[in-house]
Design a protein around this ligand. Structure first.
Ligand SMILES: Nc1nc2c(c(=O)[nH]1)N[C@H]1C(S)=C(S)[C@@H](COP(=O)(O)O)O[C@H]1N2
Ligand SMILES: [Mo]
Length: 277
């Protein structure tokens, strides 16, 4: 196999027979396409576009760029659709256990039964607490994606958890108005940024909201079919495969929303804040 595209890379891997792998890949692609359409990535990628639009001069109250486009919604959606991408998914048989990399904020033990994720509402700043059972009550999403570290290694991992977008749709804490963070139709008062920290606040990451609502951005509680181990971020960690591992915060303690880029552990050490790849 010489095709260099990541989606076809698993075809020459060891493990399942070529037929099985091809079937799994076809299914993965079908699922990706379905969630792509079902989740309205068009709207998701449109958040930035919306913010730009509402900052434009208006003509009779209608932002000027909208005048020509009011009756051409589908054209707009199409443009957004093309701007959004998904990280490649792999056959599950390729999944391996990654090395434990980075233990900042993981000192001491956390009991998953008493652990709570504290989320500070965007508008009021009021804190709400969530148990692991609350997260597991959301639709369970599984994906086999690549974990890429800035150190130069990468590994395929099978993850399971809840979409952060599902969490923010079910618990409308990311808008001042209390509207759900619907990626299909993002509210105008949706927070532009999310910050996450470990319970001891020693490790922290910032995400733009479009990345936070991406369908592959998961609050993960399982790695390769098993509950997360402490070293890999139990009871809950972030996985967002369009970004380097530095953003995949292990042991989530708090989530808060912000108008400006939240502080980010590795950005402070000189790495690119977005850390996309
Ligand atoms: N709390 C915490 N999360 C963290 C880190 C860390 O030091 N502390 N390191 C990050 C880095 S650099 C990587 S590559 C991944 C590695 O995840 P793993 O240990 O499950 O392989 O975790 C990320 N999440
Ligand atoms: Mo990393």
């Amino acid at each position: 196999m010489t095709d260099p595209s990541p989606a076809s890379a698993p075809l020459d891997g060891p493990g399942a027979s070529p037929q099985t792998e091809a079937a799994m890949l076809a299914e993965a692609r079908r699922r990706s396409r379905r969630s792509f359409i079902g989740l309205g990535l068009a709207g998701l990628a449109g958040i930035g576009g919306w913010r730009w639009l509402v900052s434009q001069p208006t003509d009779e109250g209608i932002p000027y760029p909208l005048r020509n486009a009011l009756d051409a919604n589908s054209r707009l959606s199409h443009a957004y659709f093309k701007q959004t991408r998904l990280a490649p998914e792999f056959a599950r048989s390729r999944a391996k256990t990654p090395r434990v990399n980075g233990r900042v904020g993981l000192a001491g033990d956390v009991d998953p039964a008493t652990w709570r994720m504290r989320v500070q509402a965007y508008g009021s700043g009021k804190t709400q607490e969530f148990s692991l059972a609350d997260i597991q009550a959301l639709p369970k999403v599984e994906m086999t994606t690549e974990l890429k570290c800035i150190e130069g290694w990468s590994i395929v991992v099978h993850w399971a958890g809840a979409r952060l977008s599902d969490f923010l749709a079910r618990y409308p804490l990311a808008t001042r108005s209390g509207q759900p963070a619907d990626p299909l139709n993002p509210p105008a008062d949706l927070a532009p940024y999310v910050g996450m920290r470990t319970p001891d606040e020693l490790y922290y990451v910032g995400l733009d909201m479009a990345s936070a609502l991406h369908p592959q951005t998961l609050l993960c509680y399982e790695m390769n079919g098993e509950p997360l181990t402490a070293a890999h971020g139990a009871p809950l960690r972030l996985v967002t495969p369009l970004k380097y591992g530095i953003k995949h915060l292990k042991r989530i303690g708090t989530i808060a929303f912000a108008d400006t880029r939240p502080k980010d552990y590795w950005a402070e050490l000189g790495y690119d804040w977005d850390a996309g790849h």
